[in-house]
Design a protein around this ligand. Structure first.
Ligand SMILES: Cc1cc2nc3c(=O)[nH]c(=O)nc-3n(C[C@H](O)[C@H](O)[C@H](O)COP(=O)(O)OP(=O)(O)OC[C@H]3O[C@@H](n4cnc5c(N)ncnc54)[C@H](O)[C@@H]3O)c2cc1C
Length: 312
């Protein structure tokens, strides 16, 4: 397709949601362009995946390859680039890229994913994947019978604690706020859990994390009591940083509705509040950020775009 032509659909992103959207779009014979900053998405930072249906015990990198090969079978046009902004003019979307000027399309699927919110403390980068994880749903089972810390006092952290209660030997919950802010229902769930009898649980609230420590693997963390200004070392084998996700919605946050967390608001058809622009995966308000969910939402978004186009 030449530079001035208008695509039926531009998919922005290169993770599971974008691959699935591109595959579904091409199977509907839409002229599709996929623009991705880094093909693979969060899977590039993951290790073994064992919860993607039909593909047990797969290395994340190999799953990315399977996604890529499947999409390439349908000759999806791809651009290795970053989308900076999206505007709508006379019913057509204009996408400004860093390296390839402006690309235009009749519909857009935004599948730009999210970044895990980080602690930004010494040791965090070094021990990511070596005992430090950002996802109990993904990596919790690797820490069966272990002593673990769950960092954070919000809903993500308490859902993480609930994931770990049947698994861990000891759970330490650390948060900088003086008390947890998770929904009371989640806090009660933890307090009243039948597993509390078998698990040693301790909360350190009003404590900041100073450092993640270890040798080859995590061995603990250093925290500071904000009231007394005293430091403490806690020994654990696993650390889950559960302080939320930052959605990559910046390219469209002037165009479509987002919630307080910056997630793109979508309906059950993956449609945003702007006709012709759809969104899928971790960048959206759809709860539970998982590969299989992102892939399913990507498929829905592409079918939504197809349906929108044939009704024009
Ligand atoms: C360490 C780790 C382990 C995990 N383990 C599991 C697991 O075991 N099981 C599971 O189901 N889930 C797991 N997850 C979560 C899972 O990876 C995500 O839910 C999933 O990748 C979300 O897919 P997505 O396509 O919405 O977004 P992402 O995977 O975040 O992909 C977003 C894509 O958009 C691109 N992009 C972003 N902004 C722009 C832009 N402006 N222009 C162009 N491209 C852009 C990015 O480069 C990337 O390619 C894990 C996540 C992490 C970080």
């Amino acid at each position: 397709m030449n530079d001035n032509e208008i695509y039926d659909l531009i998919v922005v992103g290169g993770g599971p949601a974008a691959h699935s959207a591109s595959l579904y779009a091409r199977r509907k014979e839409l002229d599709t362009l996929m623009i991705a900053k880094e093909e693979g998405g969060q899977l590039l930072y993951s290790s073994e995946i064992d919860n993607y249906l039909g593909v047990p015990d797969v290395e994340a990198f190999d799953l990315v390859k399977k996604f890529r090969d499947h999409v390439d079978k349908y000759d999806v046009e791809k651009l290795d680039d970053e989308v900076l902004g999206v505007t709508k003019s006379e019913g057509v979307f204009e996408l400004e890229t860093v390296k390839n000027g402006t690309k235009t399309a009749k519909t857009v699927v935004v599948a730009t994913g999210a970044k895990w919110r980080k602690l930004n403390v010494p040791g965090e980068e070094e021990f990511t994947g070596k005992g430090l994880s950002y996802c109990t749903t993904c990596d919790g089972p690797l820490f069966a019978n272990a002593d673990v810390a769950v960092i954070g006092g919000g809903n993500s952290a308490f859902e993480g604690i609930i994931d770990m209660l049947p698994l861990a030997n000891r759970i330490v919950n650390v948060d900088i706020a003086p008390e947890p802010i998770a929904d009371p229902v989640l806090q009660k769930h933890v307090e009243n859990s039948e597993h509390m009898e078998d698990v040693e649980f301790k909360g350190y609230y009003g404590h900041e994390i100073l450092e993640i420590v270890g040798d080859d693997m995590v061995t603990g963390l250093k925290i500071r009591d904000m009231d007394t200004d005293t430091e403490k070392n806690i020994e654990v084998e696993g650390i889950f940083v559960e302080i939320g996700l930052i959605p990559n919605s910046q390219p469209v946050d002037d165009l479509v509705e987002t919630n307080d967390a910056g997630e793109i608001v979508v309906d059950c058809r993956s449609q945003t509040n702007v006709d012709g622009i759809f969104a899928a995966g971790d960048v959206t308000t759809v709860p539970e950020k998982q590969i299989i969910i992102a892939a399913g939402e990507g498929a829905k978004a592409a079918l939504g775009a197809y349906s929108y186009l044939i009704h024009q």
